[in-house]
Design a protein around this ligand. Structure first.
Ligand code: 3PG
Length: 213
């Protein structure tokens, strides 16, 4: 339910998705997001430092919920949780990956992009999922079309979403939050411009209320 405290979809309007190249950026980025009002961070397992970054944030920034994204294989589930990941996000879903995530003990968002994939996840008893790649897969219009046939499914659309397009997703009844990397642009990280990250987070933290929801 939407009031479930473990629901990943009800914590913040925008989940910051972060691709980190430099381990030294992990803690300052996490702190900048917290300061901006977004106490959630998804570290993508796309760079060599990602698991260490999760561990550093879990140790040094206890006020943020830190998770692992880009979980593309069952083997990464245990490694992410061991590193300190408090939630898991995958771009797509296979039966073995879904089983592994369901047994991980932490909340997770399996990736889906089609009606069939969402139905397979629902069949496994999982109602919260990622919709990826959101813009390329049909965007808000596609998700709106799923609300009536699949009323139990709730989504975190991610992929190509911006501050400008996030409100159209957040207005949908079957969307709890969106995900995006626009809060942590690579040039801001390279310049260690944490104030810019805080400003982008603060803007994103207000998106839901600006739609009146
Ligand atoms: C993801 O892993 O969810 C996406 O890479 C984030 O998408 P974006 O970079 O287009 O925001």
């Amino acid at each position: 339910s939407t009031s479930d405290r473990r629901s990943l979809l009800s914590l913040v309007p925008v989940v910051p998705v972060v691709v980190l190249d430099d381990l030294d950026h992990a803690v300052p980025v996490a702190r900048a997001l917290v300061t901006g009002g977004l106490p959630v961070i998804e570290l993508t397992l796309r760079t060599p430092v990602a698991l260490e970054a999760i561990a550093a944030i879990a140790a040094d920034v206890p006020e943020i919920l830190v998770g692992a994204g880009t979980v593309t294989s069952p083997a990464l589930v245990g490694r992410a949780v061991e590193a300190g990941a408090q939630f898991l996000v995958s771009p797509g879903t296979t039966p073995t990956l879904l089983r592994e995530m369901a047994g991980s003990g932490v909340p997770f968002l399996p990736g889906t992009a089609t009606v069939c994939e969402a139905m397979a996840v629902l069949e496994a008893g999982v109602t919260e999922m990622k919709f990826f790649p959101a813009e390329a897969s049909g965007g808000a219009a596609y998700l709106r079309s799923l609300a009536s046939p699949l009323p139990a499914a709730r989504f975190c659309p991610t992929g190509g979403i911006t501050a400008a397009t996030a409100p159209s997703y957040l207005a949908l009844t079957n969307v709890g939050c969106v995900g995006g990397s626009w809060l942590t642009p690579s040039d801001a990280l390279a310049a260690r411009d944490w104030e810019r990250v805080t400003a982008l987070a603060a803007e994103a933290a207000l998106i839901r209320s600006s739609t009146g929801l």
